[in-house]
Design a protein around this ligand. Sequence first.
Ligand SMILES: Nc1nc2c(c(=O)[nH]1)N[C@H]1C(S)=C(S)[C@@H](COP(=O)(O)OP(=O)(O)OC[C@H]3O[C@@H](n4cnc5c(=O)[nH]c(N)nc54)[C@H](O)[C@@H]3O)O[C@H]1N2
Ligand SMILES: Nc1nc2c(c(=O)[nH]1)N[C@H]1C(S)=C(S)[C@@H](COP(=O)(O)OP(=O)(O)OC[C@H]3O[C@@H](n4cnc5c(=O)[nH]c(N)nc54)[C@H](O)[C@@H]3O)O[C@H]1N2
Ligand SMILES: [Mo]
Length: 785
Amino acid sequence: MSKPNFKPYTSPAGGWGSAYSVANILIRQKVSPRNAALLLKQNKAVEGFACVSCAWAKPHPAKPLEFCENGAKATAWENTSQRCGPDFFARHSVTELLNWADFDLERQGRLTHPMRYDPASDRYQPVSWDEAFEEIGRELKAMADPNEVVFYMSGRASLETAYAFSILARMYGTNNLPDSSNMCHESTSIALPESIGVPVATVTLHDMKKMDGMLFFGQNTGTSSPRMLHQLQEARERGAPIITFNPIRERGLERFANPQSPAEMVTPKETVISTQYHQLQIGGDIAAIAGMCKALFDLDDQAIAAGSRRVLDVAFIEQHTHGFEDFERKVRGYDWKQLERRSGLTRGAMEAAARSYASCERVIAAYGMGLTQHRYGVQTIQMLVNLLLLRGNMGKEGAGILPVRGHSNVQGQRTVGITEKAAKAPADNLRRQFGFEPPSEDGVNTVEACEGILAGRIKGFVAMGGNFVRAVPDTLQMEPAWRRMRLSVQVSTKLNRTHLITGQVSYILPCLGRTEIDRQATGEQYNTTEDSTGCIRAWRGVATPAHEGLLSEPAIVARLAKAALAPNPKLDWDAWVADYNLIRDAIAESYPDIFHDFNVRMMEPGGFHRPLGVSKREWATETGKANFINPPSLSEDPDTEKGGHERRDVLQLMTLRSNDQFNTTVYGYNDRFRGINGTRAVIMMNRNDIGRLGLAEGDKVEAITVTDDGVHRVVAPLRVTPYDIPEGCCAGYYPECNALLPIWHHAERSKVPAAKSIPVKLRKMLHLTDRSSVPIEPLPPAGAA
Ligand SMILES: Nc1nc2c(c(=O)[nH]1)N[C@H]1C(S)=C(S)[C@@H](COP(=O)(O)OP(=O)(O)OC[C@H]3O[C@@H](n4cnc5c(=O)[nH]c(N)nc54)[C@H](O)[C@@H]3O)O[C@H]1N2
Ligand SMILES: Nc1nc2c(c(=O)[nH]1)N[C@H]1C(S)=C(S)[C@@H](COP(=O)(O)OP(=O)(O)OC[C@H]3O[C@@H](n4cnc5c(=O)[nH]c(N)nc54)[C@H](O)[C@@H]3O)O[C@H]1N2
Ligand SMILES: [Mo]
């Protein structure tokens, strides 16, 4: 770790900084030149692999180098030559490893052997695969009720793995299938079906080419989905305005130089991405969008008076929408002063945004965690749809709504059965295909799983990827509760903190990564994924597996199923593992509308898209129309209504990703674009707040959550770091700040943890020894590589 330093980053996103950063991680992760050449196969269907980083769409035909800085980092991270095997676990007790930071744990390299925790020696010890499955099967069979077990899925595994995992859970007898999207875009999955009748994006890459304007809310493209910058750059070159709403100025949304364009690398050409950049208050989005809607009504009134073309798409509203009159009344009734106070923007700014929006004919609205992770996340997304509907920007070429997904297959796993909602499983088809009765009771989502663990109701946890304990809220309550569980099984590629929070019986089961060759009895296997634009494609790993003993994820699911379930004459798990085509045939039978002829269509160049009625202006909603839905209030958080957060010493904290991490995987300590280097233990604050609270730059503070539930939540020490962020708002890093996030502080209805608006107070620390109990950057421990 280099000495911390803080200076504004002055270059564009991409460019040479990006090229250096890729080279750096290839060297630090000791990636062999052969594996570095893997980058040439990245995002090349069919004979290449889908990037393991984000879910952004992969163009067809692909460019020679179809990857970004963060995709390259993710590939390097998976293809490191470092190994974390039995000798490592023999050297380090679990108690010792609990003092290591996330970065030090994962960088030990790829897990190679199935390991079982031995409480007597406080160490993980190697076991054979047979022993592991035999004991896990026995434990699962011994549970009193299948609903005592949770089957969690992070969003990286393939459609084949996800489908098989969902069948395993349902045959076991539970719909306890929470997943990472419960912490992510579940707000989308609740909001969009009510508004427009689909749970996913309505746009494709083709629409990105055709749009002539874009609205961008709470998504940090330069870090979270950098390949999208290419489409944004092209849009800007066509003259399309991009209007951005974000409390902080994210570099990727300001300026971009294409690191893959030799011309742009030599001559300092860079593209200005956002034509307007509105630094609204955290959670100010409903009010800001309401302001734009109000301004559109004003513009429309002016157009009527002048006899010019209407600003509202009256024909579309008439023919295709429901609830317009109510919505119009509500919006016209808003008071500009209140809109200004709630959004943190001036009336002039909201009107300027509305004018720019009204000047475009085909607009896409994109958003990310800045909208979904709020108490009123669902309502904010519906408000954004309202804004699109006013000008008919739905169901036409170049227009629509674009939730930018997180994990590379998180959308897909939901499509093939990873859901806790009984009604969403294709029960009739499952009955016919496999002759079993799928459970009819809803299972738990992520927040409910945590509640169950805290209450002692959940006794077993099987995770297909992810780092659950680290990713969820209330770290300090969750860790001790987790230890009381009977069984914890983690299918993983890298060591993480969840492995160290052991249950009575704990296993780490190491698996192949997506970039690796997956050879089974019938030969090398394809796997499939669905991206943010609903495009489904086949891929094939190309790297030599990290260890010859690793099993593929479908193989691990099958072995778990054979160990835990009674044999089923209609499901031959071994045959599925031998030939993934058979799993895909089963997917096609369960979900024929989307996956008919799956094995053929997955090979089409560029893959195939899931059908979307919206593109034909067919609305699968209760009203049969696209619905205008009124927001319950102008703020993102029902508690704000009570005036609680406006107390002067309370700040709203948003927890963010740095440029050097993938979720809980920390690649390094540099957040280049934000100019924060060498540390993650920071709190970014407005200078006026720093002065007002009697603090100074560089002070060490503890952050304490302001709640009235009697639980003391604290993270420390954090360095006071001045930042261009609105007054009353502050920012820190996820997952270090998760101890501040109460489990009950989540979006209404979707239960996505409200990680972007945590009310906190700061207290200056006089004694730096009083740190919180989860390590943020301990000194590199003895023995860490
Ligand atoms: N390199 C990299 N790529 C990733 C990930 C990663 O960790 N690293 N994670 C993946 C996953 S799982 C996901 S879900 C996505 C996440 O990608 P994003 O959706 O970009 O999520 P965050 O990085 O948490 O940042 C959200 C953005 O919202 C802004 N924001 C916060 N609060 C508000 C608000 O109230 N209003 C508005 N308008 N904006 C706000 C923040 O300033 C920030 O720019 O990225 C995926 N891709
Ligand atoms: N405060 C706060 N909390 C948040 C968020 C936030 O913005 N703020 N964001 C939320 C979001 S959007 C998400 S998606 C969740 C993420 O939550 P998770 O998906 O649970 O977490 P990850 O950090 O993505 O999981 C990393 C681990 O996955 C394993 N892994 C990596 N690749 C593979 C693979 O190919 N197969 C298998 N089996 N395992 C693999 C590795 O062992 C690695 O340690 O966190 C959520 N938590
Ligand atoms: Mo996510």
